[in-house]
Design a binder for this molecule. Sequence first.
Ligand SMILES: [Mg+2]
Length: 253
Amino acid sequence: MKTYKCYCIDLDGTVYRGKEPINETVQFVHHLQQQGKEPFFVTNNASQTPDQVLSKLSGFGIEAKRSHIMTSAMAAAKYIAYHYPGKDVSMIGERGLHDALLENGVNIVSSSKEVFVMGIDREITYEKLAQACLDIRQGATFISTNSDRAFPNERGLMPGNGAFTALIQNSTGIEPIFIGKPQGHMLEMIRLEHQYEKEDMVMIGDNYDTDIMAGINFGIDTIHVNTGVTSTEEALLKSVRPTGTFETLVECI
Ligand SMILES: [Mg+2]
């Protein structure tokens, strides 16, 4: 395999499955770190703060750097701080999004005609959805951390942020701006913050439609692993194939 300077690695289905680590990936990460390469961890999950991600990784034996964690919540907060400076922002979401907005100096309000941002909220209510629809109808720009319709947990496939975003989109007729994979915003933020060239970067993940498409949309190499959502067979049937496909990342050591 070609070597890169910047390895962007998906979390769920690539580094772990729920509460279980994928040991081959843990070995691969250790191998990179022994070469002095700190990988980046790139997740659509907007519920967790970077510190929560770090402590989960630490529990699997991976000591990552906080500056190398990129969640769709952090990316959404940076996107808002950059494109809508000084605007009032209303939100639906959990601590990951709330803390990311505060960390980026965003003014969070209960109702805004300027910007509304949405991330997964496992305590969502009719009232929260109603206020979001009212804000958007009054002109607030509609931003959503990701379009994932479902995500896996130990019970099966649970409704994801994309499902609730679709509800608001359906009711208002307004299309959101999506930040997470398959869009390339998170990869572009890593590139800008750490000054890589695109040819130095690779996106690694289990899900063709999010991870691999994010890399393809952004214009960097991609590696698919057969440890999660998309099987290798399915990945190879796509019209644009990943740059590489592996059963696990231990084959890349
Ligand atoms: Mg995944």
